[in-house]
Design a protein around this ligand. Structure first.
Ligand SMILES: Nc1ncnc2c1ncn2[C@@H]1O[C@H](COP(=O)(O)OP(=O)(O)OP(=O)(O)O)[C@@H](O)[C@H]1O
Length: 299
């Protein structure tokens, strides 16, 4: 498998603050990678380092086999980028932005870009200064894909997109990857990463604490299930079920926390007069903590 992005011990300090610590990352052709983390975790720092917009304090970045840290910028042409703080020319229309960039990037054919704009329901005839936040973001996405890049690096690309545009954007990302493209995007939202990424990294205080396939992360996540019954059911019924870590019963309502597939638990519950089931997705912080604790237990 072709390695498109390779970093080793990538570190960035701002004064005494270490914004990114020893990042080791390998992305392969055809892979969509979601970088998750709370505010200030270092996502934008990692992305700006990969884009060569800031220089590392220590460590290596290799893109398409070229070592960025020794000064090569050939790889830049092969990358599409959506920055977190997208800058647009307020007086230019979307179409004019695309033509301008097409000239700069030596890719005059705007056919694909227009198709993507249409797919995202972006009106290219409007001036950028008149666009809503979500529509500006759409223009940023269209610009990033304009020159048929092999790698796209996207800082919170879906922020501000409505659900329909988000769905279309995710579908576009999957198609891009299916054709061999590689994508790295940052997000605060686990559900977004789950939908579109093959692999997820979680940054916390500058350190990549999780780097795992989405399926593996989900399998290890602790999920909260609540069952409502027509009559009181004893907690003991659920305690013996595989994967169940915690059970609390308030008479007719039973709360369970379970790791992995929930089938056996649901089957056990269905033996009683079940009225309702709700499942609560664990939030990012919870998944992260559970995952790291699980890793510790496994060692
Ligand atoms: N130019 C800078 N000068 C000093 N400190 C900075 C600078 N840029 C970022 N930082 C600090 O580095 C850390 C990582 O910031 P970064 O912007 O990479 O986080 P992030 O994960 O992208 O956050 P968010 O989700 O809020 O965008 C933060 O503590 C931030 O305050």
């Amino acid at each position: 498998m072709t390695v498109v992005v390779h970093t080793r011990q990538l570190t960035k300090n701002y004064g005494r603050r270490e914004a990114l610590h020893h990042l080791d990352l390998d992305l392969h052709a055809g892979e969509v990678y979601g970088l998750l983390g709370p505010n200030g975790a270092g996502k934008t720092t990692a992305i700006r380092l990969l884009m060569d917009l800031i220089r590392p304090t220590r460590g290596r970045i290799v893109l398409f086999g070229e070592d960025l840290t020794t000064g090569s910028v050939q790889a830049r042409q092969r990358i599409g980028y959506v920055p977190g703080d997208l800058g647009l020319y307020g007086r230019l229309t979307g179409e004019e932005h695309l033509r301008l960039l097409a000239g700069l990037r030596g890719h005059p054919d705007l056919t694909d870009a227009r198709v993507l704009a249409k797919r995202l329901d972006l009106d290219l005839s409007r001036r950028a200064g008149e666009l809503s936040k979500g529509n500006r973001q759409k223009l940023g996405i269209v610009q990033a894909f304009l020159h048929r890049p092999e790698l796209v690096i996207l800082d919170e690309p879906a922020s501000g997109l409505d659900p329909v545009a988000q769905r279309e954007f995710h579908a576009h990302l999957r198609e891009f990857a299916a054709e061999g493209g590689t994508a790295l995007f940052s997000s605060h939202v686990l559900s977004e990463v789950e939908q579109v990424a093959d692999r997820v990294g979680i940054l916390l205080s500058g350190s990549l604490v999780v780097d795992a396939k989405v399926a593996a992360l989900k399998a290890k996540a602790l999920r909260a299930l609540t069952f409502d019954f027509a009559e009181p059911v004893s907690a003991a019924v659920f305690e013996a079920v595989a994967g169940v870590q915690e059970v609390r019963s308030d008479g007719t309502r039973v709360h369970c926390r379970v790791v992995g597939p929930v089938g056996e638990l649901v089957r056990a519950a269905a033996l009683f007069p079940l009225v309702n089931v709700t499942s609560q997705e664990p939030d990012l912080q919870e998944i992260f903590l559970d995952y790291v604790e699980g890793e510790d237990r496994g060692r």
